[in-house]
Design a protein around this ligand. Structure first.
Ligand SMILES: NC(=O)c1ccc[n+]([C@@H]2O[C@H](COP(=O)([O-])OP(=O)(O)OC[C@H]3O[C@@H](n4cnc5c(N)ncnc54)[C@H](OP(=O)(O)O)[C@@H]3O)[C@@H](O)[C@H]2O)c1
Length: 314
């Protein structure tokens, strides 16, 4: 990308999209387009193609999607498969029609098999069954990967697909129902402190292991890959380190200063037992994350405390 290339960030108000915009600005890119959902509904084929034809973006970061944690995915599989298939079909096809130079599709680590060998290499895609709590979402993402691949093969486009691990940080979704594990725990611990609670109950038994990547590092990774990666195949984006949910809860307890007990509700699903991405491919290109987990977690917590009022008025 040149500093004045026209770059369209789809989903620019979300956790990932807003971080990509901040990163592009930090790096001196001056021509960034980020229409809101209201301005361009990316499920609307006609409106989206008209937008592409009018603006003629050269590069597209496809970070618009329907996203949520375990419970949201489990309760609304139809919405997750329909909305994601629709958004990616419409955006990828419009990008091809409008002759976009390069598109980066955001996948997710949940595309990999539930019992994949660890750490998970890119080539493990579609080698065995998915985790059932979010298989509708994962199937949509896999369709997006295959769609990029098919367009590259048939039309000679340059559409790449990146699989990030769990992301967290400022501007995350702190909604009590739809949030991912880190923002959900930040909310629970902070609320427990505010309400002088003696105990806090977390989902599952705490044994699953998860990998986390700080959002600003991820955004730097996406921009890096847009400039440096042209396939073949998909590429993982992660920190290369994981921890159990129990140890995450302990770190949270220390960081927030919560003095009560942590209880585990084992009637709630655990999800995939372990999910650590193999990051050799991106490492070989010369990328690694910069932010320590402690620093990233502190930033996310400070963000929640600073924006507590507005986040709880929604
Ligand atoms: N967060 C993570 O930990 C994580 C990890 C791996 C991969 N990813 C991937 O990263 C991508 C972005 O995730 P995120 O966490 O940034 O999600 P997010 O915070 O929920 O943001 C989603 C964005 O998509 C927009 N959007 C949704 N439907 C739209 C539509 N019909 N038209 C236009 N815009 C629409 C939303 O706008 P409105 O809010 O205005 O609707 C929002 O800007 C997803 O593909 C996700 O799979 C995320």
């Amino acid at each position: 990308m040149k500093k004045d290339s026209k770059i369209f960030v789809a989903g620019g108000s979300g956790l990932v999209g807003s971080a990509i915009i901040r990163e592009l600005k930090r790096k001196g890119y001056t021509n960034v387009l980020a229409p809101t959902h209201k301005e361009v509904d990316l499920m609307d084929e006609k409106a989206t193609l008209a937008y592409f034809n009018k603006e003629k973006p050269e590069y597209v970061f496809l970070a618009a999607a329907k996203v949520g944690g375990i419970i949201a995915n489990k309760n609304n599989p139809a919405d997750f498969i329909f909305d994601n298939l629709k958004i990616q079909n419409v955006v990828i096809h419009s990008a091809y029609k409008a002759e976009v130079k390069k598109l980066l599709f955001l996948g997710s680590s949940c595309i990999y098999p539930k019992f994949a060998k660890q750490p998970i290499k890119e080539e493990y895609l579609m080698t065995s069954a998915l985790e059932e709590t979010n298989d509708a979402y994962a199937i949509a993402k896999i369709a997006g990967i295959k769609m990029c691949d098919a367009y590259n093969k048939q039309y000679g486009t340059n559409f790449i697909a990146v699989m990030p691990t769990n992301l967290y940080g400022p501007f995350d979704n702190f909604d009590p129902v739809t949030s991912h594990v880190i923002p959900s725990l930040i909310r629970k611990f902070h609320d427990a402190i505010l309400n002088n609670k003696k105990e806090i109950t977390l989902f599952g038994d705490g044994t699953p292991k998860r990998e986390f990547l700080y959002i600003d590092d991820a955004a730097e990774g996406f921009v890096f890959l847009m400039n440096k990666f042209n396939g073949p195949g998909i590429i993982n984006l992660g920190s290369g380190v994981d921890m159990s949910i129990k140890s995450l809860a302990q770190k949270m307890k220390e960081m927030t200063g919560f003095k009560g007990k942590i209880l585990w509700d084992t009637t709630k699903p655990n999800g995939t037992p372990r999910k650590l991405l193999d990051v050799q491919k991106i490492k070989a290109l010369g990328w690694k994350p910069k932010t320590s987990f402690e620093k990233g977690l502190k930033n996310a917590y400070e963000f929640y405390k600073t924006h507590y009022k507005e986040l709880n008025e929604r």
